[in-house]
Design a protein around this ligand. Structure first.
Ligand SMILES: [Zn+2]
Length: 268
């Protein structure tokens, strides 16, 4: 059984076949997935998906690239919106939240760093207040991400570093805090050497399997629309790197995800 811990099935790229695709997953062994929000509206859609599909849960929050929205709403109204979402029984975590400094020189509308940092801190506090785990998005922002996570409590926080893309040294710091690392299609890429090293180094019981679909399809589908069915290629590569079998990778990462999202097996 496979648990896809990070999906964006609300994306318009699934409009054609969303229903059919999601209904087919349990029969293919993908019995659970987490629908992750990137802004308030997609967080509402994530709750809606989790409500409709058995075995699904929702992650609600504002991605760093979308923090212009809470910045315009203000703290009170943003808190109100997050509280409403977190009150839904389908809500399993806060995310994806963090920092994204990628492409600052290319995109003139990139949300300024201080704004991203403010809402990252705000949502970490919200997550702590609600006693929820958190899903971290961090790109080209290793030092500031670590600083803010440490200030917010470090090892006292239950976090997954989604689509982990930093060096082994940074992986060690987060693993020492007891956090999970999200591993997906990038581990199959020929230029994914850094991530392959991280996977070889880290214990299997801290890996969460994820697609981040529709993004980051594994080889041999790189560049195409991704979905949970492609996770078998990620499982295969992790098994190869760890010198173990696919069944162990599936079973252990599944248990990790159930533990991280604090789900009960009988809820499925
Ligand atoms: Zn994502």
């Amino acid at each position: 059984m496979i648990f896809d811990t990070h999906t964006h099935y609300d994306d318009p790229r699934f409009d054609e076949d969303r229903e059919e695709l999601l209904r087919s997953l349990p029969g293919l062994g993908i019995t659970r997935f987490a629908a992750v929000g990137a802004d308030l509206e997609s967080s509402r859609r994530a709750i809606g998906l989790a409500r409709r599909f058995p075995g699904a849960c929702a992650v609600i929050g504002v991605h760093p690239d979308d923090t212009a929205e809470p910045e315009a709403l203000g703290e009170e109204r943003t808190r109100g919106a997050l509280e409403e979402l977190a009150a839904c029984p389908e809500c399993a975590a806060v995310g994806e939240i963090g920092l994204d400094y990628h492409g600052e020189d290319i995109y003139p509308d990139k949300v300024p760093r201080p704004v991203q940092q403010k809402w990252f801190r705000f949502q970490l506090e919200f997550m702590k207040e609600r006693g929820l785990p958190g899903v971290i998005h961090s790109r080209d922002a290793a030092a500031d991400t670590l600083k803010i996570i440490r200030e917010a409590g470090g090892k006292d926080l239950s976090l997954v570093h989604h689509c982990f893309g930093y060096e082994k040294e940074m992986a060690k710091i987060y693993l020492d805090m007891g956090h999970f690392l999200g591993i997906g299609g990038v581990v199959t890429y020929k230029n994914g050497r850094k991530l392959k090293e991280v996977v070889q180094y880290m214990p299997l019981d801290r890996i969460l399997l994820e697609t981040d679909c529709p993004y980051l399809a594994p080889e041999p589908f790189r560049g195409r629309r991704n979905d949970s069915r492609r996770l078998v290629y990620v499982v295969q590569e992790i098994a190869r790197l760890k010198g173990t079998d696919r069944e162990s990778v599936e079973r252990i990462t599944y248990e990790n995800a159930v533990r991280f999202y604090r789900l009960r097996e009988e809820d499925q």
